[in-house]
Design a protein around this ligand. Structure first.
Ligand code: ATP
Ligand code: MG
Length: 722
């Protein structure tokens, strides 16, 4: 598309923003008004009209998915593939800066990223080694402490000794943690940003190089930046740089993680010439959905104030379903999706959103039962799965022997006779001598200090295994290397021996990993093997959807509302609209938290383009107890005229008809029937909700009063009829 054509697909306000003279400015606008669109067109405009090189532009997004979409939008607009453009999340971009300058940042060439799970694991091990009572001081709190300090730019050396004893211990832990990370060449997520800021601060020649390079800085979802991210942007902008930020104060949902809307005010202080451009037309949703969102958010006091209008018609009313229980709610959602599918509409246009990850369970079970494909964001993601992490840990240790986290993970996986005692000895040596576990192992073997001969030879075999895997696979393409490692490490064999369903899935996931590395290799075959492996490992830690290979099937999208930011779907379900769930229990008493929850509701509602379904549950089981929460205030704040209510009787009647038609009250050949009350030795009393299969394959879905919904094989369940 040439430059003047670019402006044809924009409204007046958007056009002003896209073609504005090169100055600092803020695009402030509500949901679905085209902020991200403006950002992508602005990038295209800078390249096509202003003739800036793609390398002069850096654009920061909030999620990897958003980065990928932005890159694709720009590619579609300018017609050329710019895969090496600087478009990414703060984390991914920081990683790139550190890779190019690892020596100046005091990092080894093969440094690795520590994801939040691994960070917690490492801290747990370290605290164990330091003999700290983990009941009194939880490692999770330690992670918060450390990340909080890093977000404020504070290193252990900056922190003065506190009079509070607990704080002193945390400080000691922080120090040990940081020393271990530095020794192991590990960089956690917050560290990625902090290191970059420190690098720029200490090495002015590097910073001025980037100042000259990045004359255009663009930031999406600016309202959710925290202090460290803001300093990052501020530091990167040089005299020639122009900063464009886009955001919506009504969608600020990361206050709990330190994000500050006051960064918007700070922006005007730091860039006094900056102006504001407002967009007011919503292109995404029907009038009903927009009215609901506008009215809801007007209940917040702390707002900059914006209006959104649309030319769209009313559209369908928002459906509000009152479910009997969580199980019924899930069934309702799945029924609606089945109807949607019958109309030959794509599953990926449907999203199911919830406040907490734990709410996905019932919905998932119902989807599995009806054989509907789905994909979860931010639940257990592919690279977070145990078997994948095990495999990746081998790759990591081969690249970097000092990676203590990888070492701990696989030293005895599969089991090779290296028990807790040996590990404890290694940890002690590592802690006392300030060396990595790998080095501690070598030392231990050299001094023949291990009293048990068997343990020593097992440890020796492990060291040899890693060394020989490196020698064997160094010049192999990534996918062959992965395959070879899976075989020789014994992981493949370990997972194939088990015959249950879960392990079968694990094997499938390992196969998927090989596929993924193969695709990755074909996209990056021009890189050397080392570069290719290293960037693959970094991307897996940052959970970037490598080569799009994973889950490409048309599937329903499940995610928390937090994760849905910036996205849009034709049909959106928000489940669990109850006081105590959404708004969450913790937000009920504090006004500022309640306002943040309301902004989250605003984000959820405004994801919907055509159809929005809200649901709540009459009786919910939480920690084994039946509770009955009232309808969420956020639903009550939506004008009645926008909503149509559906009650569970409607569903129940349908269900009974269905049951009569299909089961005719006849018992299944297993001797059980739907709605029958049963008792299980371990799980207690429950009601049969579904029966599938026949004979030995009969599976029962039972809703246990105390233990929730479970699928059981009738043959082994030993259920007693009540
Ligand atoms: P959010 O606040 O949720 O991030 P946003 O302001 O970034 O939303 P976009 O995602 O850029 O909004 O745009 C919302 C939808 O409206 C997209 O489908 C986009 O393509 C469409 N859209 C925006 N502007 C126009 C326009 N001028 N003409 C046609 N469609 C548009
Ligand atoms: Mg957006």
């Amino acid at each position: 598309m040439n430059a003047s054509d670019l402006l044809l697909h924009l409204n007046n306000q958007q056009r002003v923003a896209v073609s504005a003279p090169r100055e600092h400015f803020l695009v402030l606008a509500g949901a679905g008004s085209g902020k991200t669109r403006v950002l992508s067109y602005r990038i295209a405009w800078l390249i096509e009209k202003e003739k800036f090189s793609p390398q002069s532009i850096i654009a920061v997004t909030f999620t990897n998915k958003a980065a990928k979409e932005l890159r694709e939008r720009v590619r579609d607009l300018i017609g050329i593939n710019q895969s090496d453009m600087w478009i990414g999340t703060f984390h991914a971009l920081s990683h790139r800066f550190l890779c190019s300058n690892h020596m100046h940042a005091n990092l080894p060439r093969d440094f690795q990223i520590l994801d939040p799970d691994d960070q917690l694991r490492l801290l747990t091990h370290l605290m164990k080694g330091m003999n700290i009572d983990q009941k009194k001081m939880e490692p999770r709190q330690g992670v918060w402490y450390i990340n909080d300090k890093k977000e404020k730019g504070l290193r252990p050396g900056h922190l003065t000794k506190s009079f509070c004893q607990v704080d002193q211990i945390w400080l000691r832990i922080y120090k040990v943690y940081q020393e271990t990370c530095d020794r192991s060449g590990l960089v956690d997520f917050t560290e990625l940003l902090l290191r970059v800021c420190e690098l720029w601060h200490c090495k002015s020649e590097i910073l001025s190089h980037y100042h000259k390079q990045f004359t255009n800085i663009l930031v999406d979802e600016f309202q959710d930046t925290n202090a460290l991210q803001y300093s990052w942007i501020r530091a990167l902008s040089g005299e020639q740089s122009k900063v464009v930020i886009v955001g919506d104060d009504d969608q600020s949902i990361y206050g709990w993680r330190g994000a500050q809307t006051k960064n918007m005010q700070q922006f005007f202080k730091d860039f006094p010439s900056a102006t504001t451009i407002r967009l007011e037309r919503n292109y995404r949703s029907t009038l009903n959905i927009l009215k609901a969102a506008n009215t809801l958010i007007s209940n917040n006091n702390d707002r900059l104030g914006k209006e959104l209008w649309t030319k769209a018609s009313d559209g369908e009313p928002i459906l509000l379903y009152c479910a009997l229980n969580a199980f019924d709610e899930a069934r309702f959602v799945v029924n609606c999706i089945q109807l949607w599918e019958k109309d030959r509409k794509s599953l990926c246009d449907c999203a199911i959103l919830y406040r907490n990850n734990s709410q996905s369970r019932e919905v998932e079970e119902a989807l599995v039962q009806k054989n509907i494909a789905y994909q979860i964001y931010s639940g257990i993601r592919f690279f977070q799965r145990k078997e994948i992490k095990d495999s990746i840990a081998y790759l990591r240790l081969i690249v970097n022997r000092n990676d203590d986290v990888a070492f701990e993970r696989i030293v005895n996986t599969p089991r090779r006779g290296i028990g807790p005692h040996t590990l404890e000895t290694l940890r002690q040596i590592s802690y006392q001598r300030k060396i990595t576990l790998w080095m501690a192992s070598l030392e231990l073997l050299q001094n023949e200090a291990l009293s048990v001969h068997v343990a020593a030879s097992a440890l020796k075999r492990f060291i040899q295994l890693i060394d020989s895997l490196e020698a064997l696979t160094t010049n192999m393409p990534l996918y062959m290397q992965t395959e070879c490692i899976l075989q020789d490490s014994g992981l493949w064999c370990m997972y194939s021996k088990e015959k249950n369903e879960k392990d079968q899935t694990r094997i499938e996931n390992l196969e998927e990993l090989i596929n993924t590395t193969r695709q990755y290799y074909s996209h990056h075959s021009k890189d050397t093997d080392f570069v290719s492996l290293k960037s693959f490992l970094a991307q897996s830690s940052l959970d970037i959807n490598i080569a799009n290979g994973i889950q490409s099937q048309d599937s329903v999208q499940l995610m928390t509302i937090h994760a849905s930011k910036g996205l849009e779907f034709s049909q959106v379900f928000i489940v669990g609209m109850e006081e105590g769930i959404f708004p969450s229990q913790f937000a009920l008493k504090e006004n500022h938290r309640l306002e943040e929850e309301r902004r989250l509701a605003y984000v959820g509602i405004t994801r919907a383009m055509k159809r929005l379904m809200l649901s709540y549950v009459k009786n919910r089981r939480i920690y084994g107890k039946e509770v009955s929460y009232p309808l969420s205030r956020f639903v009550k704040e939506i004008p009645d005229a926008c909503i149509k209510k559906l009650h569970f009787h409607f569903q129940e009647k349908q269900l009974i008809e269905y049951k009569d038609k299909n089961n005719k009250g006849v018992m299944h050949d297993s001797g059980f029937s739907v709605a029958q009350r049963v008792r299980h030795v371990k799980f207690g009393e429950g009601v049969i909700m579904h029966i599938t299969g026949y004979g030995e394959q009969t599976r029962l879905q039972v809703d246990f009063r105390k233990k929730g919904v479970k699928w059981l094989l009738a043959m082994y369940a030993m259920l007693e009829a009540r």
